[in-house]
Design a protein around this ligand. Structure first.
Ligand SMILES: *Cc1c(COP(=O)(O)O)cnc(C)c1O
Length: 364
């Protein structure tokens, strides 16, 4: 059994994907070909925002967001400590200081109460300028944006949604990728919407931010391609990846239903034995991962392995425990809920093509 069965998905979509790739090979516009614009239009429509700007990967998408907001040395950027490294790496890459925030016990997402505490602490310390919040839709569940938007407004901070795992999720029908000032996502193959290589995107309703992101994406270009008006990067999505994503996006709503069915199946059986993930009322998860908690994680994972069922730990180490970030911060911080998650979480197979018999063997 595969943890994320990308081959089953390809088998299902093969005629459509092969045809799309063939079209690109024949028209030859391998960079910024027509499929890129078509995908950006369809992504914007799906997410319900004015602008979708594709780029080379989800990490670049975060870096482009930092560039758009001129995040720099002396700035504090608040992010969850329980996340993938790139969330905190992006602000640190520009010399800013990531300030780590504890998790919500039930949703595993950034805890708004602890966030406010960290902002107040940073303000009273007076060393850093609070600049932005990067919230993560961890394992597919949107973060608590109603609260996060209130906090961002109260302290005059930019709010960035890292929807690398969240694409397809929603709160009261409002889709992941549409929260905050800017949102980012990743099309890494294993993400809810993945391509066959690296890919990413930025979403925003703000025309000025969109124009800046489009410029930074291609060497800081101005209106004339050969007049560069700022220092940017080279972060385009390949036309072939856009072509693949167009077919995957068309199928995505069906896959999302299947993922939610599988999660409901897991919940029904596993809630008796484990601490299972809770989806608040009005929220929809895209189930990038189905993650549960156990105090006896090692032995439980060994049991699954014996049955031929792959499990993976996301994440065994918080950001404030990472060597790269430990060196830069002089004082030891304790974020107990996130640390506990890092000690107990593990994830079960999750994708849009889990069959009833596979689910039965996992739960049997
Ligand atoms: C995967 C991921 C990223 C980075 O995406 P890449 O496309 O691999 O660069 C950023 N943030 C989160 C939360 C992720 O899961």
């Amino acid at each position: 059994m595969e943890f994320i069965d990308l081959k089953a998905q390809y088998k299902h979509l093969k005629p459509r994907i092969d045809k799309r790739i063939q079209v690109v090979l024949e028209h030859g516009k391998y960079i910024m070909g027509p499929e890129v614009q078509e995908l950006e239009d369809k992504l914007a429509e799906y997410v319900g925002v004015k602008h979708a700007i594709t780029c080379a990967n989800g990490t670049d998408a975060l870096q482009l967001a930092m560039m758009v907001f001129n995040v720099k040395e002396g700035d504090a950027v608040f992010c969850p400590t329980f996340t993938f490294f790139a969330t905190a790496e992006a602000p640190a890459f520009f010399g800013a200081t990531p300030v780590f925030v504890d998790s919500d016990r039930k949703t595993f997402n950034i805890c708004p109460i602890d966030l406010e505490k960290r902002i107040e602490e940073t303000l009273s310390d007076g060393k850093l300028t609070p600049k932005a919040i990067v919230a993560v839709d961890l394992f597919g569940l949107p973060a608590n944006y109603p609260e996060l938007e209130r906090i961002a407004k109260k302290y005059g901070l930019k709010l960035i949604e890292d929807a690398a795992q969240g694409f397809g999720g929603s709160i009261d029908g409002k889709k992941a990728g549409s929260f905050g000032d800017i949102a980012t996502t990743s099309f890494f193959p294993a993400k809810p919407l993945g391509c066959y290589g690296d890919g990413g995107a930025i979403f925003t309703n703000n025309d000025d931010l969109a124009e800046l992101a489009r410029s930074y994406r291609v060497h800081g270009k101005g209106t004339d391609k050969y007049d560069n008006i700022r220092i940017g990067m080279n972060s385009r999505l390949d036309t072939i990846q856009a072509a693949i994503l167009l077919e995957k996006l068309a199928e995505f709503p069906k896959e999302l239903i299947n993922r939610n069915k599988a999660a409901a199946n897991y919940e029904e059986v596993l809630k008796e034995k484990y601490n299972t993930p809770k989806v608040p009322k009005g929220y929809v998860s895209s189930w990038a991962q189905y993650t549960i908690l156990s105090e006896k994680r090692d032995s439980v994972m060994a049991e699954y392995k014996k049955k031929g069922i792959p499990t993976v730990i996301y994440y065994g180490k918080c950001m404030h425990q990472q060597t790269a970030f430990n060196c830069s911060s002089s004082k030891k911080i304790s974020l107990p809920i996130a640390e506990n998650l890092a000690n107990q979480v593990f994830s079960l197979p999750m994708h849009g093509y889990l069959s009833a018999s596979q689910l039965a063997s996992i739960l049997g």
